[in-house]
Design a protein around this ligand. Structure first.
Ligand code: ATP
Length: 587
């Protein structure tokens, strides 16, 4: 069959496939669903496991300098005071003052508007004042009942001439919502009413620990997995006999009471994260140990970590590692964007932050972030817990011992000047240097932080294709296929007996299926024509199909191996099949 190019389809088709084939269901669907919560069905949970497993292998198990952690979801509430989440982990929230009373994130109102029925209606009438006025008096009553000019059509006359000139749909919406020209108001994209002034809304879910409902027993579901890593930093370092540079990786659930969960599983209230905190020596320690800190240039070889790397090289190294993982797992480089946050976008403690953004059907949005967070987190926990987060670095102490007093003074002077240039006080620099000269410091950290659910969505969006095919007789057909990377695909191999009424052939096919099932998640299908069975597997992204036919039984013992993407088949012996599949799936 010949392939014809078709454009990538919208999210709607993918959402429908995911429900029909058992990837993702709405949580509590029998009770009408529960906004911001999702269930992963038989195929979705396999796929999610594969993403986490691949991340874990690449980031933790295959590295000697990263250890794993599986910490509790509910931590001592003081954790969240120290981390800053209690005071600042909030989104600006607005509520519609009109009839719908909808709550929305103030910074997302225009995004919601872009997808709204009001926007769709107004976009089709721009500059057609007559049509806009008729709409306000007619259809607008059901689409935008809260809109001022729908409730007070007499105002339309006053603004009629202006309606002829406005070419921007947002501007038109604001005018229809406030024909008196109130500045800075946000109209409600749901009903056209006016939203309240934004107020900060803390995103952490509260719960009560123990039987007594008292404010002193309030605890929080973790909004990120990272804080437990900081809290366990000392235990992990000592028990695993690591020293910076080394990392701790964790995969687990996080919870955020998002004001407007949206875009399917992109922004939910319960989700999973895959995070590493990679602890490094401060640049000043690297300089004392090696006489210099490696400069990051375009020519820097980032394939293997080097002892003279400072935070800049380590940060770029982790950006590159994450990109390698994404590409290895089926997201081509062209599908994502590397966004380096500008200095005014960075958190006050962060040295750099790169967002890896994916081109989702609803826009380019953050998939994961890689931040250089200085020693902020460990310092905060040291301050709030009273427990030291310093490491003692014997080689550093020895390196300092070799310096003359004059050399130490010159170093001190240089560091103080650099700290002051970064807005820190000379006192803070001196206190840090006093400890550093004793071989002690609080490690700095590079944090690659990714969301499992967002990753799954990006991989599904990237994989989905409705492929128009034309057969030898010119007949047109559409094949729905998920081009998932083999390591991520929920089912790796489907096994089919060509016919089911030949007992020996059937038994042989079953034995091959059982053999393969020991190594991979396999699917057995004996019903319908082979072509139809292939299509069912294409739709769920199964990369390989094995058919056991009469030649397997009567001739040479070979089976056919069919490739999902090329649709090509080859004959192969069962022994060679396993080697080949191992290579293709885990290679
Ligand atoms: P956003 O700006 O989109 O809210 P964020 O910058 O707050 O994201 P981080 O706190 O850096 O996100 O979290 C790290 C990763 O966790 C994100 O890149 C994303 O993949 C994932 N993540 C964060 N919030 C959610 C959510 N509500 N639903 C699903 N995944 C999420």
């Amino acid at each position: 069959m010949e392939k014809k190019d078709t454009p990538k389809n919208s999210l709607e088709a993918l959402v429908s496939l995911c429900k029909r084939r058992g990837f993702i269901f709405q949580s509590s669907e029998i009770y009408g669903g529960f906004a911001g919560f999702w269930d992963y069905g038989p195929l979705g949970c396999e796929m999610k496991r594969n993403i986490k497993e691949s991340w874990w292998r690449f980031t933790v198990r295959d590295r000697e300098d990263v250890e794993g952690l599986d910490a509790s979801i509910i931590m001592h509430p003081a954790t969240w005071k120290a981390s800053g989440h209690l005071d600042t982990f909030s989104d600006p929230m607005s509520m519609c003052k009109g009839a719908c009373r909808k709550l929305m994130r103030a910074d997302q109102i225009w995004d919601v508007f872009a997808e709204s029925a009001i926007s769709e209606a107004l976009s089709g009438m721009l500059t057609e004042a007559g049509k806009i006025a008729s709409w306000c008096k007619g259809k607008g009553k059901s689409v935008a009942p809260g809109l001022y000019t729908v409730q007070h059509p007499e105002y339309l006359e006053k603004i009629f001439e202006r309606l002829k000139t406005i070419t921007d749909v947002k501007e038109l919406f604001v005018l229809l919502a406030t024909p008196d020209g109130e500045a800075d108001v946000l109209p409600c994209p749901n009903c056209g009413g006016i939203m309240t002034e934004p107020r900060p809304f803390n995103l952490m879910f509260k719960t009560i620990v123990g039987p007594i409902e008292d404010p002193s027993n309030v605890a929080y579901l973790r909004p990120e997995t990272a804080q437990a890593i900081f809290a366990e930093f000392g235990n992990v370092m000592v028990s695993s006999r690591q020293m910076p540079p080394f990392g701790i990786g964790q995969v687990g659930k996080s919870f955020r009471n998002e004001v407007t969960p949206r875009n399917y599983i992109f922004r939910s209230r319960e989700f999973e994260q895959m995070e590493v905190e990679f602890f490094i020596k401060p640049d000043e320690a690297v300089e004392l140990l090696h006489g210099h800190v490696a400069q990051l240039t375009d020519a820097t070889d980032l394939s293997e970590p080097q002892p003279d790397w400072g935070w800049e090289c380590w940060h770029k190294y982790w950006v590159e590692q994450r990109k390698i993982w994404l590409v290895k797992n089926g997201l081509p480089e062209a599908s994502f964007v590397e966004y380096w946050q500008k200095p005014d976008e960075l958190a006050h403690y962060a040295r750099a932050c790169v967002d890896i953004e994916y081109r989702f059907p609803f826009g380019v949005q953050e998939l994961e972030g890689i931040a250089a967070r200085s020693d902020f987190d460990l310092s905060r926990h040291q301050e709030h817990s009273g427990k030291s987060m310093e490491v003692f670095d014997e080689p550093l102490k020895l390196a300092v011992k070799k310096l003359s007093e004059a050399e130490k003074a010159a170093f001190r002077e240089k560091v103080i000047a650099a700290w002051v240039a970064r807005g820190k006080t000379p006192e803070a620099a001196n206190a840090f240097l006093d400890r550093l000269f004793e071989g002690r410091y609080i490690p700095h950290v590079i944090e690659p932080s990714a969301g499992v659910d967002r990753m799954a969505l990006a991989m599904l969006c990237n994989a989905y294709e409705e492929q128009a095919l034309v057969d030898e007789k010119g007949k047109e057909d559409v094949r729905t296929v998920l081009h998932l990377a083999p390591a991520i695909a929920p089912v790796k191999v489907a096994v089919f007996p060509l016919v089911k009424n030949k007992p020996e052939l059937y038994a042989l096919a079953r034995s091959i299926f059982k053999k393969l099932q020991r190594r991979y998640n396999c699917f057995w299908d004996e019903s319908g024509a082979i072509g139809r069975r292939y299509r069912r597997q294409d739709e769920i992204g199964t990369p390989f199909c094995v058919t056991v036919d009469f030649d397997t039984l009567e001739k040479d013992g070979t089976v056919t191996l069919r490739d999902r993407d090329t649709m090509k088949q080859e004959r192969i012996s069962v022994e060679a099949l396993i080697c080949k599949l191992d290579d293709l799936i885990f290679g």
